[in-house]
Design a protein around this ligand. Structure first.
Ligand code: AMP
Length: 414
């Protein structure tokens, strides 16, 4: 038997309603905030990710699904969405048409990670990118939108962590101090972190190794090294979150796994997910559009992990708001019933039947699929131009004129 690839999951019909529910809520909320959807290809040139995410990140260093295509071009299955969306924005000159772009997208991402609960090799994200505004109010509103989504899905005991990573001006000063601190602790650090002291010392904050976490317990805090402008940005953000009634914690070690963040970073965690407890994360990435060859437009965004949210959703399967048509008789009766089913669908009523089964097994199927209403068509009904309508909850039945049947069923389901 051929099985799915490790870390890549099927989403089965019994669960898909949860996916629809999350997607619908995201679309509804994002459109309330004035965002529009953008869809980009799953495959991009490898260089796009190497240049944006950062060479010394786990994603680029170890986790990308990269291969050479038939044209000898190195291509990669997207490990995240920001790079692709920015590439599309630049390629289609969207910022020339409107200097503010509020975009969202949804779909699968690919990372060759070690699979475990809440961590897969193909997983799905909802992504938000907001370009053209540099201020802290924009960050606060973007975080509020992420928070609204997590709240609308009904996740419990949510915590929002916020940090500032400073800017090109203050981060190098902090980096230098951190580097000096880490050099003293080199013996305690894992091999990767030992290397990161030179290449990317902030990344050590992200390491999951207990020894590394222990080593950085007393590390300098970036918040204490922010320049005046970054400090004002951060304070303004926190005050605005307060004003919007969004509770948060400051998380001085929150650097996140991508290199492009400046100033604001944030993460939303939810209870009940074990170690992989982050459901959404993001931050500000001024400079990234320019680095990719576009205009100097600032940006902020986040990614929301669908699998983790769905794992926590208690949502029951919705009741079936359509009509199951039970048919008994010869070919003529079936054809007459199929015309009625077609009329039902034309009027927007979901309808289905199974053909050439016993009455009992048709009823059983209607029940199994959760239909609240059945329409029964047999020889008597066709002869009298009537339809028998059965309320599955009470087992009561009425006969109505065929021309009135659809409205009657809709009334019963309303
Ligand atoms: P990131 O793109 O790494 O900032 O992650 C954003 C969100 O995507 C995380 O908070 C998770 O909810 C989700 N996520 C990231 N990596 C995975 C993965 N391998 N499997 C499942 N969800 C993931």
């Amino acid at each position: 038997m051929i099985k799915s690839i490790k870390g890549m999951n099927d989403i089965l019909p019994d669960d898909v309603h949860k996916w629809h529910s999350v997607e619908d809520k995201a679309r509804y909320i994002f459109e309330l905030y004035g965002f529009s959807e953008i869809r980009t290809p799953l495959l991009e040139q490898t260089e796009l990710f190497a240049r944006t995410i950062g060479e010394d990140t786990d994603i680029v260093g170890k986790e990308m699904y990269t291969f050479v295509d038939k044209n000898d071009t190195s291509v990669t299955l997207r490990p995240e969405a920001t790079a692709s969306v920015l590439r599309a924005v630049i390629e289609h000159s969207l910022l020339n048409q409107d200097s503010i772009q509020k975009l969202y997208s949804m779909g699968p991402m690919f990372r060759y990670e070690r699979p475990q609960k809440g961590r897969y090799r193909q997983f799905h994200q909802i992504n938000v990118e907001r370009l053209g505004e540099a201020g802290p109010l924009c960050d606060a509103e973007t975080i509020a939108m992420a928070y609204d989504l997590v709240d609308a899905i009904g996740l419990k005991n949510i915590t929002l962590e916020v940090n500032s990573l400073g800017c090109q001006k203050c981060r190098p000063v902090f980096r230098k101090q951190l580097k000096e601190f880490l050099q003293e602790k080199r013996d305690m650090l894992c091999k990767d972190c030992s290397r990161r002291i030179e290449t990317n010392p902030l990344r050590v904050f992200d390491c999951k190794e207990t020894a590394c976490q222990e080593a950085i317990k007393d590390a300098p805090r970036i918040e204490d090294h922010l320049c005046g402008a970054c400090r004002r940005h951060f304070n303004d953000l926190l005050q605005t979150l307060d004003a919007l009634g969004i509770p948060f914690h400051k998380a001085p070690r929150l650097v996140r796994g991508l290199d492009y963040y400046v100033r604001t970073t944030f993460e939303i965690k939810a209870e009940g997910l074990g170690t992989q407890n982050a459901v959404a994360g993001g931050g500000r990435y001024d400079g990234l559009v320019k680095a990719l060859g576009g205009p100097d437009a600032p940006g902020v965004g986040f990614a929301f992990g669908m699998e983790r949210a769905i794992m926590l959703m208690k949502e029951a399967r919705p009741v079936n708001k359509g009509c199951f048509v039970v048919i008994q008789g010869g070919r003529e009766i079936y054809r007459s019933a199929m015309v009625l089913i077609s009329d039902m669908r034309s009027s927007g009523l979901q309808a289905q039947a199974v053909f050439e089964k016993s009455m009992k097994s048709q009823m059983k199927r209607a029940d199994k699929l959760g239909y609240l209403v059945c329409a029964i068509i047999g020889e008597t009904e066709v002869a009298k131009d009537m339809v028998t309508i059965r309320d599955m909850r009470t087992s009561s039945q009425v006969q109505v004129k065929r021309a009135l049947a659809i409205n009657k069923i809709k009334e019963m389901l309303a």
